[in-house]
Write a protein that binds this ligand. Structure first.
Ligand SMILES: [Zn+2]
Length: 207
């Protein structure tokens, strides 16, 4: 979400650095921020090294790069989606942020809750099982034909850990994010974008 009224004081221009912002998920090339000269470098004392704090020009939040180029916070997994209800977007970003800090089980739990919320917003009953919500979305054609293998895969994963605490792996969390990103684009982003185009073109068609 854009934060237009944030003014970092005394920031300067630094050499351009490309990175995926860990807060908003946008790919940015920032020249705005701060740097520190660090010497002697632990590995090569003859080399000048710098650390950076770069300001994202999209969300205005700072990211720290240490002397070895490690990024904190790390890049957020998955892509930003637009025209999505605020609560859905918040939960989606929470699931993505969990991956940045290796909290894969927490990410999967967020993603499952999100799938339930999306299904309920499209008419599914409340209080049914996670895998039934996935089936609901599939049966109502919210998932394209070539996405059926995804549905089977996610159903199978969901069956593995319905009633017990099961520790999830990185790939489990990432798979769900990819799946949800696709759903959010189909259900919210694409319809909103075509609606905008139609609304803009209507006066031209009927002057
Ligand atoms: Zn950002």
């Amino acid at each position: 979400m854009k934060r237009p009224n944030v003014f970092w004081q005394d920031k300067g221009r630094v050499s351009s650095n490309k990175y995926v912002c860990g807060y908003c998920g946008n790919f940015v090339a920032s020249e705005n921020g701060y740097f520190a000269e660090v010497y002697p470098h632990a590995i090569d004392p003859t080399t000048d090294k710098r650390e950076y704090i770069l300001i994202c020009h999209y969300c205005s939040r700072p990211t720290y790069f240490d002397i070895d180029g490690n990024q904190i916070p790390g890049p957020i997994y998955g892509n930003s989606v637009f025209d999505v209800p605020e609560k859905v977007e918040t939960l989606y970003n929470e699931a993505r942020n969990c991956i940045s800090c290796n909290a894969y089980t927490a990410s999967v739990l967020c993603s499952r809750k999100l799938l339930m919320n999306i299904a309920v917003s499209k008419g599914a009953e409340e209080g049914i099982r996670f895998i039934d919500y996935v089936s609901f979305l599939s049966d109502k054609n919210y998932i394209p034909p070539d996405g059926k293998d995804w549905v089977d895969h996610i159903r199978k994963k969901g069956n593995e850990a319905t009633h017990e605490i099961s520790i999830m792996k990185k790939e489990d969390a990432e798979e769900l994010i990819i799946f949800i990103e696709m759903l959010l684009k189909f259900i919210y982003q694409f319809p909103a974008s075509i609606k905008r185009k139609t609304n803009v073109s209507t006066p031209e068609q009927h002057p």
